[in-house]
Design a protein. Structure first.
Length: 182
């Protein structure tokens, strides 16, 4: 299965679970896939699998930043789908468009390179194609036994995750913050 296929499948499932837990909203599987496609700024699942396939690549972390910056595409898609009387239940999600985009963007990110956890990974700053560690989950970033990755306390989240070897000084700060007066 390609990364695109497994990631979009995971995102649709994660979105359905999220809406059930947070809002007791039962989203149909087919509609979950439509909304995931909308987060990829595509008008349908079919279009997404053709056009976004190459853009969704865990080996190129710099290129995944564009996914679902806002819920605008989600909102438009819900409005469009909701025109069909059978799909009118979706209109209840209009106010949640931004939240849906956020949840889907998180679930489309690759699993943690240390433990394999999904739906919780953050891009490791400064890592590019060919580097062994590019994604880390919150658990591994905060786990003191993991000496490979850590957070700079002065960086804003989510851009605060670095390889420990790139953090300097007694307070382990990133290159941008190491010289800042404390
Ligand atoms: Zn992890
Ligand atoms: Zn920093």
């Amino acid at each position: 299965m390609s990364y695109f296929d497994s990631a979009t499948k995971n995102a649709a499932k994660y979105l359905r679970n999220h809406l059930m837990l947070e809002k007791e909203f039962r989203l149909k599987s087919s509609h979950a896939h439509e909304l995931v496609a909308a987060c990829l700024e595509m008008n349908s699942k079919a279009a997404a699998s053709v056009n976004a396939k190459d853009l969704l690549d865990p080996d190129f972390p710099e290129e995944m930043g564009w996914i679902a910056q806002t819920g605008d595409f989600v909102k438009t898609r819900i409005e469009r789908l909701g025109e069909n009387p059978k799909n009118r239940y979706l209109l209840k999600l209009l106010d949640s468009s931004d939240q849906i985009a956020e949840v889907v963007a998180q679930a489309l990110k690759p699993p943690c390179d240390f433990c394999g956890r999904v739906n919780d990974s953050t891009k490791i700053q400064g890592q590019k194609y060919g580097d062994p560690y590019k994604w880390a989950c919150g658990y591994c970033v905060n786990d003191h036994r993991n000496t490979t990755v850590a957070a700079c306390h002065f960086c804003d989240r989510p851009e605060n995750v670095w390889l420990t070897k790139d953090l300097k000084g007694p307070f382990r700060l990133c290159e941008y913050h190491v010289d800042e007066p404390n």
